[in-house]
Ligand binder design. Structure first.
Ligand code: SAM
Ligand code: SF4
Length: 338
């Protein structure tokens, strides 16, 4: 039985939170190896375990029919997946009738130059580009070998295509702490917003996270020394809280999983590229959609979506340093999608 408009209900979890946002990791693979995200040597999923683009599209259809109105495509690096644009275009069709209000993307930007126009054509208007530094050598160090010029070319192409860009920067003690203020000024000059993120203990990276963990209040010190930050009520549907920056035309976002918990108004579910629904970044509990979908089709998804909603935990329990709980999760951020 197909879901009709009459049956369309708001998705609500066991704590009364409305869930209208789905993040889809379209691949766990990536062309970079950011130190806070991945280990240098990674074992990726075998291709036959990964949902086809057609399957991802059909599952996205069902979530939209059930009330998801915002989808972010992520990874791994989404733009390394072949035919990514076809998937974006397919999901983007739902923007035409308003059943989907926004389709967005998080990317490292290395392949953006080749994709920017097609992304706009698919209906994407805002993208997040991860960039932790403006220094080519530091970029190469953090990403273990990446070439920042590819990202810069990608950002130019995104601007030319009409995409609004927000830069995501993970605040890292000893690696980019001194670049936070210059990055903010650069974003202002480029017309990008900037969001700073506290590093989360997700998956083994071969590095000690305590070395680089930088609490947001520390990260903001050089910014506050130069600019008055005024909290804004505006939200973009994700976990970031925004500040207006006195003297600059840039919105500064902060994502503070460690120092200021924001789970009370969480509106998200996440699907991995192998069709597992995670209700929370910080918990291992998940619901597998792939087997049911491959045997029973889209109708088999509804009870599983309901089960996932019912199992969504109240909050994550991340901690870094002396209080760190065993690795928080074994799953890398690249599996669940950032
Ligand atoms: N590859 C794309 C990118 O880098 O934008 C998309 C996937 S990446 C996992 C999504 C976001 O998660 C990026 O902004 C990245 O900086 C962030 N991220 C990855 N690992 C993280 C961690 N352990 N703690 C905090 N943020 C993390
Ligand atoms: Fe790749 Fe993004 Fe993780 Fe960096 S943060 S390794 S670009 S998935």
């Amino acid at each position: 039985m197909a879901v009709t408009d009459l049956q369309r209900a708001h998705l609500t979890d066991g704590f009364g939170r409305r869930i209208d946002y789905l993040r889809i990791s379209v691949t766990d693979r990536c062309d970079l190896r950011c130190r806070y995200c991945m280990a240098e040597r990674m074992t990726f999923l075998p291709r036959n375990e990964i949902l086809t683009l057609e399957e991802i599209g059909l599952i996205a259809d069902r979530f939209i029919a059930r009330g998801v109105s915002k989808i972010r495509l992520s990874g791994g690096e989404p733009l390394v997946r072949r035919d990514f644009t076809d998937l974006a275009r397919r999901i983007g069709r739902h923007l035409d009738d308003g059943s989907l209000k926004e389709l967005t993307l998080t990317t490292n930007g290395t392949h953006l130059a080749a994709h920017a126009e097609n992304l706009f054509g698919a209906g994407i208007r805002r993208i997040n580009v991860s960039l932790d530094t403006l220094d080519p050598a530091v970029f190469s160090h953090i990403t273990r070998g990446g070439d920042i010029s590819q990202v810069m070319t990608g950002l130019e192409a995104a601007k030319a295509a009409g995409l609004t860009v927000k830069i995501n920067m993970v605040a890292l003690k000893g690696l980019n702490q001194d670049i936070i203020l210059p990055m903010l000024h650069w974003c202002d000059a480029q017309g990008h917003d900037l969001t700073l993120i506290e590093t989360m203990p997700l998956g083994e990276t071969g590095e000690d996270r305590t070395d680089h963990y930088l609490p947001m209040d520390e990260a903001l010190k050089p910014v506050r020394a130069r600019h008055l930050l005024t909290p804004m009520s505006a939200r973009t549907g994700g976990p970031a809280r925004y500040f207006a920056v006195d003297g600059l035309n840039v919105r500064l976002g902060t994502i503070t999983p460690l120092t200021h918990n924001f789970c009370a108004d969480c509106n998200r579910m996440r699907m991995t590229c192998e069709g597992r629904i995670f209700m929370c970044l910080g918990h291992e509990d998940h619901v597998d959609l792939k087997t049911a979908f491959r045997t029973g089709g889209a109708d088999a998804l509804d009870p599983l979506i309901d089960r996932a909603l019912g199992a969504k935990p109240l909050r994550h329990e991340f901690a870094i340093g002396p209080d760190e709980r065993p690795a928080a999760t074994h799953r890398h951020m690249s599996v669940t999608g950032g």
